[in-house]
Design a protein around this ligand. Structure first.
Ligand SMILES: C[S@@+](CC[C@H](N)C(=O)[O-])C[C@H]1O[C@@H](n2cnc3c(N)ncnc32)[C@H](O)[C@@H]1O
Length: 239
């Protein structure tokens, strides 16, 4: 498997923030696929430059937002639903990025941002929670990014759609909301048919299954003997 340079570079800082989190909550900070690996893979496909305004949509505890600000010099609007904006702000202060990363707590269909405000919108392991319906891109998401601006997302996904239903061995570990996991081709079609964006990349991440399995969903991965599970990456430009 490849090396992850950003994960290595920011490991001490992020680990101390995770330790703080684990010490102050009754539950542990649970990661899905490692967001620090995914943000690095995604940013290699994007063109982020200092001073850009970037939406980190579904930022969770905000670790990807911290890395975006520190590594690329962008200003980040870190939005999440389940995480507390005040706690995210405290993390941004501890990371020394509170002047460049702004925490928000808003539901994806009720975002407080102006149209054409962002140079880019990224989403790591979150867009599938709200973005699978036909109308989400058209009615809510596309307009946030200015024409020529960039979109990037990475989701848990599938190497191919289940044409014969869910494989029997995976059933004991499957939860209904996992039906929001789809193939790169499925996502590409969902976005392309809106004619609002040009999809510039829609692909499985090489070693996606192994990267995902490093931190989460072990039983499900072991049951996935046909290798359906993978990580899916998509980038697009707003028309
Ligand atoms: C699996 S977590 C990923 C968090 C983070 N991006 C990461 O990779 O560690 C999914 C995130 O999506 C956010 N989310 C889910 N549904 C949402 C919605 N309807 N509006 C805004 N955010 C939502 C949740 O708040 C949650 O933090």
């Amino acid at each position: 498997m490849r090396n992850f340079i950003l994960k290595e570079k920011y490991n001490t800082l992020i680990q101390s923030l995770i330790d703080d989190f684990n010490n102050s909550h009754s539950y542990k900070y649970i990661m899905g696929p490692d967001a620090l690996c995914l943000i690095e893979i995604l940013c290699e496909k994007m063109n982020l430059k200092p001073g850009m305004r970037v939406l980190d949509m579904g930022c969770g505890a905000g670790f990807t937002s911290i890395i975006l600000a520190k590594e690329f010099g962008v200003t980040v609007f870190a939005n999440d639903l389940w995480s507390c904006a005040t706690e995210n702000y405290e993390r941004f202060v501890k990371a020394g990025v509170e002047d460049r990363v702004f925490p928000f707590r808003a539901e994806a269909h009720n975002l407080p941002f102006a149209s054409n405000f962002f140079d880019a919108a990224i989403s790591i392991d979150a867009y599938h929670y709200f973005g699978t319906d036909e109308c989400y891109l058209c009615d809510h998401y596309a307009k946030l990014v200015k024409p020529g601006g960039q979109f990037g997302l990475v989701n848990p996904g599938l190497s191919k759609e289940f044409t014969n239903g869910l494989p029997e061995k995976m059933k004991p570990f499957w939860e209904p909301n996992m039906y929001a996991w789809h193939s790169a081709g499925w996502w590409q079609q969902l976005w392309e048919k809106t004619d609002l964006v040009d999809v510039t990349c829609a692909q499985e991440i090489p070693d996606g299954k192994s990267i995902w399995r490093m931190t989460a969903d072990y039983d499900l991965h072991d049951a996935d003997i046909e290798n359906y599970l993978t990580l899916v990456l998509m980038t697009a430009i707003r028309k």
